[in-house]
Write a protein that binds this ligand. Structure first.
Ligand code: UDX
Ligand code: UDX
Ligand code: ADP
Length: 467
């Protein structure tokens, strides 16, 4: 079975880049990405590639090459479903904010809506691919909805979780460590798996394309994210001990990372992990474990989240304590708001919680981020519901000039590891700040020797103060 038309429902951080790369690598397949969010689709279609809704290094040139050739962005969901042989579901699955499983379980309402829409529109057999991260056994729910259309249309459900990381999405898609495809073990299931393998085989070596049953595939995605997040929480837990004992977390990371069983990646201490996946997926895992009565398993994974919350809170606590136990009326400059560098995504970013804690202490926060828009920063603060939006706008200011943001500040907090922060004229920044001038480096990014020579009092996550 040869795929000639693909539809992807959801034009977000996963759907957009993934489909752009599929379209680039498979010029004979027509790829249509649809979304109910009209302004998002307009942004994907904008002639000005700087206005794409997702910022990812290298994405603009791929969109430029494929858009209008075999890559299309549209709000006409029904037509795209009707035409396609293969439909990717790439809609958001946030943590539930209401009802049973509130604050834990994944909210599958968008997925269900997609399944119902596909069931309503489809007139011919289709392969439906789950791209969004989903709890184990979601495929059976989708299948249930699709199999009860009564019009004889047959569906095959595949799980094809996306492992791309934001900020490196294009590289991760072009050269994935592996592609995982889970499907039914029946003959029809195997044919569907082969159809998807054939698409990836256009650019991914065959030995990196792994096929499994649907449940293993769904669970592997949650497991991978849980393990990655757990490494960050583990190194962050050690960073606290480093600060007390005089050890340096960078040296410890290097020393343990050289053990081939541990490996060097994902051992950077930070102000806490963010992003749309880690917290959501672990909460989801905790919820699944609890629902099977596996309380010890649930508690084990929940600790990864509790450690992450602690890391964010202790960062802001340290700022308050160091600034003589009060930041009331003091200006604190934030360098960075995104949850990591090279993305404009702010979901679950540590900066949000740190800002909220500091505003509770009546600090004045000034924010600079090279890619995040002002309205997004205010939306993130308002979403917390900690105070009136008018107050958020009075206490927190956003500026597109980092030197203005740091001017007259009592302290600078580095929340995102943007490379450009290292290129600043730190002498100039120092001269324009209140004294003593503090830097709290939540990413271990800046050159501490240089800053200390200038006169800054420099605090870095995981660097022990000399005792
Ligand atoms: C460990 C460290 O590996 C070593 O670097 C350190 O110097 C001493 O402690 P050891 O205890 O001798 O070495 O053996 P190791 O291979 O680490 O196994 C420890 C236990 O973990 C064993 O019971 C082993 O069966 C178990 N294990 C290990 C697993 O259950 N699963 C695994 O994947 C690996
Ligand atoms: C993650 C997974 O890496 C990816 O495979 C999955 O598909 C989606 O979730 P993403 O959230 O985009 O990707 O970024 P990632 O690079 O994993 O970083 C997540 C958070 O952990 C960031 O806030 C980052 O700053 C933090 N982090 C990461 C650390 O604090 N230290 C590290 O060593 C690595
Ligand atoms: P992710 O990081 O998983 O890609 P995003 O929130 O960036 O998540 O993107 C998900 C997209 O899915 C959003 O743009 C949203 O408008 C879209 N979406 C959600 N439900 C539907 C639906 N029923 N039909 C079409 N698009 C949808």
């Amino acid at each position: 079975m040869k795929t000639t038309k693909i539809c992807c429902i959801g034009a977000g951080y996963v759907g957009g880049p993934t489909m752009a790369v599929i379209a680039q690598k498979c010029p004979n397949i027509k790829v249509t990405v649809v979304d109910i969010n009209e302004s998002r689709i307009n942004a994907w279609n904008d002639a000005d590639l700087n206005k794409l809704p997702v910022f990812e290094p290298g994405l603009d040139s791929i969109v430029k090459e494929a858009r209008g050739r075999n890559l299309f962005f549209s709000t006409d969901v029904d037509t795209a479903i009707d035409e396609a042989d293969m439909i990717f579901i790439s809609v958001n699955t946030p943590t539930k904010t209401y009802g049973k499983g509130k604050g834990m379980a994944a909210d599958l309402k968008y997925i269900e809506l997609c399944a119902r829409q596909i069931a309503k529109v489809a007139k011919e057999n289709k392969i439906v691919v789950e791209k969004s991260t989903l709890p184990v056994r979601t495929a059976s729910a989708i299948k249930n909805i699709l199999d009860h259309t009564g019009n004889g249309v047959k569906f095959q459900i595949l799980s094809n979780p996306e492992f791309l990381a934001e900020g490196t999405a294009v590289q991760d898609l072009l050269k994935p460590d592996r592609v995982l495809i889970g499907g039914d073990t029946s003959e029809e299931g195997e044919q569907a798996i082969k159809a998807l393998v054939d698409i990836y085989a256009n650019w991914v070596p065959k030995d990196k394309i792994l096929t499994t049953n649907v449940w293993s595939s769904e669970l592997s995605k949650l497991t991978a994210n849980a393990f990655l997040a757990q490494r960050v929480s583990s190194i962050n837990a050690m960073s606290v001990i480093c600060e007390k004992t005089g050890a340096d977390i960078k040296e410890v990371s290097k020393a343990i990372g050289m053990d081939s069983r541990i490996g060097p990646k994902f051992l950077k201490a930070s102000v806490g992990f963010g992003g749309s996946c880690f917290q959501k997926d672990i909460l989801n895992l905790v919820y699944i474990a609890k629902s099977y009565g596996l309380n010890e398993v649930a508690d084990y994974w929940e600790q990864v989240i509790l450690m992450n919350d602690h890391q964010k809170n202790r960062f802001s606590d340290n700022i308050v304590r160091t600034l003589y136990n009060t930041v009331s009326g003091k200006k604190i400059a934030f360098l960075g708001w995104a949850f990591k560098k090279d993305t404009n995504d702010t979901r679950e970013s540590a900066a949000i919680k740190v800002a909220d804690n500091l505003l509770n202490e009546q600090a004045h926060v000034a924010v600079y981020d090279p890619k995040v828009k002002e309205e997004q920063i205010y939306a993130d603060m308002d979403y917390l519901n900690s105070r009136h939006s008018v107050e958020n706008r009075a206490l927190l200011k956003v500026n597109s000039d980092p030197y203005e943001v740091c001017k007259d500040a009592h302290a600078i907090a580095v929340l995102t590891e943007w490379d450009e922060f290292n290129t600043y004229d730190w002498q100039n920044i120092y001269e324009n700040m209140q004294k003593p001038a503090f830097v709290f480096d939540g990413r271990g990014l800046l050159n501490h020797k240089e800053l200390e020579e200038i006169g800054f009092i420099y605090y870095k996550i995981g660097r022990g103060t000399k005792v």
